[in-house]
Write a protein of this length. Sequence first.
Length: 57
Amino acid sequence: MNKYGTFNLISLLLLVSLSMSSCQAIADIFKAGVWVGVIIVVVIVIVIFWLMGKSKN
């Protein structure tokens, strides 16, 4: 990442952290984490079923 990309990322994180209360920011982070976890589990289950179906053929 170049220096402008890093600066933009840090600026965005700083802006978000200052614009939200800390409790709201933590709640949003955990909500995002839960949904990412759900999506990962669903993808893993689909891959397992796909592999099981492929092995039967």
